[in-house]
Design a protein around this ligand. Structure first.
Ligand SMILES: C[S@@+](CC[C@H](N)C(=O)[O-])C[C@H]1O[C@@H](n2cnc3c(N)ncnc32)[C@H](O)[C@@H]1O
Length: 227
């Protein structure tokens, strides 16, 4: 079993690693050899969307997923996630030269079709709406301050069927992923993942269930999508 990174964050601001996080780590561990063979030997671009505490990207860095030759560009909308990502990677003695966290919506600021391995544990809980981004004011020196609102809601609540943010990603997957890239995405049963699979297959994607697990009254699953 691969080691799990040591994480210490302020969980009033950043999503605390939970059952979904650990299922994602297990799925990546299970597919380590697949990824090593599937992705070519060039330097791979790895993008975890919504990195939160940074545990998933740190796990990949620590364990050479997908390979020794990779650069990691984790993203999140939350400034606290960016801070935690760097802290977690440092705490686990990862090589920061191959880490470049960038605050953005999904992977929208990345060049088109550059991501070889994309990973996303999205806000997947069904809710009336996806919360607005909390208000921020910028202090001199560009330090983020005066942040109101609840970044944790943004980590959890996924609007209709819990799928609003995930659909934004799925509809743009062809723009984000390199032609031979692969995406690992987490779903709960209420997201209706089998309907998602049918839709994505019609768009020409291969979709495979990598791992699933009952977590309390929720069933969580990780699917991979590739061409
Ligand atoms: C369920 S948490 C997962 C955190 C971490 N990856 C983990 O597995 O523990 C979802 C994360 O996605 C981020 N997020 C929500 N909407 C996003 C968006 N549109 N673009 C980027 N990140 C987003 C949240 O801030 C939160 O950190």
């Amino acid at each position: 079993m691969l080691p799990t990174p040591n994480v210490s964050c302020d969980y009033d601001k950043v999503y605390e690693p939970s059952e979904d996080t650990f299922l994602l780590l297990d799925a990546l561990e299970k597919d380590q050899s697949f990824l090593n063979g599937f992705l070519s030997s060039k330097v791979n671009v790895v993008c975890e969307i919504g990195c939160g505490s940074g545990i998933v990207t740190t796990f990949m860095m620590q364990n050479y997923i997908p390979s020794k030759y990779a650069i990691y560009i984790p993203t999140d909308v939350s400034p606290w996630a960016m801070e935690s990502m760097v802290d977690t990677a440092g705490r686990n003695e990862c090589d920061q030269r191959i880490l470049s966290p960038v605050r953005m919506n999904l992977a929208r600021s990345m060049r088109s079709q550059q991501i070889d391995l994309l990973v996303f544990n999205p806000p997947y809980v069904p809710a009336e709406t996806v919360p607005e981004l909390p208000q921020e004011t910028e202090a001199p020196g560009n330090e983020v301050s005066g942040i109101n609102g609840d970044w944790l809601d943004l980590a959890l609540l996924g609007g209709d069927d819990g799928m609003v943010v995930t659909w934004q990603l799925l509809h743009s997957l062809h723009e984000f992923l390199a032609p031979n890239g692969v995406a690992y995405i987490l779903f709960c049963a209420r997201n209706k993942p089998l309907d998602v699979v049918k839709f994505m297959q019609l768009q020409g994607w291969k979709c495979e269930l990598v791992k699933h697990r009952k977590a309390g009254w929720e069933v969580l699953s990780i699917y991979k999508f590739y061409r």
